[in-house]
Design a protein around this ligand. Structure first.
Ligand SMILES: Cc1ncc(COP(=O)(O)O)c(C=O)c1O
Length: 456
């Protein structure tokens, strides 16, 4: 492949109707040999199809070139999967239609390729910045590695294991990252610990505040006690009693409010009094902490082609995607939400974070709005955000128990129906990784949901 000429086109990661490109990119090489089995090469190039990741025969790519160039402006936002994995030294020409989003992605491709691209098409840094919604800085690999070093002594390096049961169920190799075995029962302990360890002496003395009725509250309360920092947790009275009990048992000061808006008002007051906020997702330190999951996956399961991560406010997927795409550039990352907890998919449709109505039973994924920080990461690094129903998420939770032998929450159960969607799209040669993010549901929770959706 040395010296091959590649023609790179922009790609749309959002599966827009009419364009239908779910993960599009194309590159043409003068070498006529098709390199099959690459990301996206299995996806039919039918109406609105794509050739992501494929080094294909010139004829096929020319067909796609015309279709992509005909696509309406703005339809090429998203991840440009195909660029990753190009051999070093490949010459790349950019066509006129390449969007700023594509350029951002190109900018983030490992050095050797990026340098080659720059030589052909110098990037317009001003344009790149303006494309990002909030101009949020991307989390760099070094920052995630630093977080990993910081938190290592306090947390569990959770197992990454092949799952024979889930592989049989889905018909493709499935590997699970068992983050439900993490201290506090979810990955949330990583970001909380990174944040707590980043405080200076004055901040430690004043203490921290978190607003949450779920895993974030538990993680902040438990890890604050472990690190000898005073924590206040604010939650609405409607929050699950179990979370409140765990926080109190961990020694946190629990402040109950009538509703969520009152909780945020109290949080503002406590911050004004000098407490440091531990935000569940809109904080680069927290994102870097969650990203350590991605580092471990990259080390422990280098063979994965597709990794699925559920999304609430988006810190977990942002960190995992930043780590994984830096360490394993060929991997595709897929986000998963449930119907009625769609802060990220709505943000992507709107072109930036927007407030959303919440109605999903999956409370741990129910963020009222994502942040510019997480939106930017998902826009640049994630192939697509898939949405599944609550009933599917609960069925997935039962399947994780029965076939995967793990007691997970529906925030993880939603990954199974989404994995079926990924398999339908990328084909049977996929090697799936599931970040089994949390296991803090009670038997009563799970049996109640199963009865509600008539599942057995
Ligand atoms: C178990 C579990 N999975 C996934 C998420 C989503 O994480 P994020 O808000 O970082 O997207 C949460 C958030 O609370 C969670 O508790």
């Amino acid at each position: 492949m040395d010296g091959a000429l590649a023609l790179f086109l922009g790609g749309g990661g959002t599966g827009r109707a009419g364009v239908g490109v779910w993960s599009a990119s194309a590159r043409v090489t003068t070498t006529p040999t098709a390199r099959t089995g690459q990301a996206g090469s299995d996806t039919p190039d039918g109406p609105g199809g794509q050739v992501g990741g494929e080094i294909c025969r010139a004829g096929i790519c020319e067909h796609t070139v015309r279709r992509c160039l005909d696509a309406p402006a703005g339809s090429w936002d998203g991840t440009i999967n195909g660029l990753y994995g190009l051999p070093a030294g490949t010459d790349i020409c950019l066509t006129d239609g390449v969007s700023a989003a594509a350029l951002i992605t190109i900018e983030r491709v490992p050095d050797v390729v990026a340098r080659t691209i720059s030589a052909v098409h110098p990037l317009d840094a001003g344009g790149l910045r303006s494309r990002r919604h909030g101009g949020a800085a991307m989390i760099e690999l070094a920052r995630i590695e630093a977080a990993a070093g910081l938190i290592a002594d306090h947390l569990v390096r959770t197992p990454t294991v092949p799952s024979p049961g889930l592989s049989d169920l889905l018909g493709v190799p499935v590997t699970v990252k068992l983050e439900l075995l993490q201290r506090t029962g979810s990955f949330k302990a990583r970001g909380a610990t990174a944040k707590l360890l980043s405080l200076d002496d004055a901040q430690r003395a004043a203490g921290v505040v978190a607003v949450s009725g779920g895993n974030h509250a538990i993680a902040v309360a438990v890890m604050a006690r472990a690190l000898d920092v005073k924590a206040t947790v604010v939650m609405p009275r409607s929050a699950p009693a179990r979370a409140a009990e765990i926080c109190t048992a961990a020694g946190a000061t629990l402040r109950l409010t009538d509703d969520m808006s009152a909780a945020f008002a109290l949080m503002d007051q406590l911050r004004a009094d000098g407490l440091t906020l531990v935000h569940p997702f809109d904080d680069p330190v927290v994102v870097a902490g969650q990203g350590t999951v991605g580092l471990e996956l990259a080390d422990d399961a280098p063979e994965l082609t597709d990794v699925l991560v559920s999304i609430g406010g988006g810190a977990l997927i942002s960190g995992v995607a930043a780590a994984l795409r830096a360490r394993r550039p060929q991997v595709r990352i897929w986000g998963v939400e449930t119907v009625g907890a769609q802060a990220m998919s709505r943000a992507r449709a709107a072109g930036g974070p927007v407030p959303v109505e919440l109605s999903s039973i999956v409370l741990t994924l129910s963020a009222p709005m994502v942040s510019a920080l997480t939106y930017d990461h998902v826009t640049e690094l994630v192939s697509e955000v898939l949405v599944v129903s609550d009933a599917e998420a609960v069925r997935g939770t039962l399947e994780l128990a029965e076939h995967g032998k793990v007691w997970a929450e529906p925030a993880a159960g939603c990954l199974l129906p989404a994995a079926r969607q990924v398999i339908d799209r990328v084909g049977p040669q996929t090697r799936i990784g599931l970040v089994v993010c949390g296991g803090n549901s009670t038997v009563a929770d799970v049996t109640g949901w199963a009865a509600r959706f008539d599942l057995r």
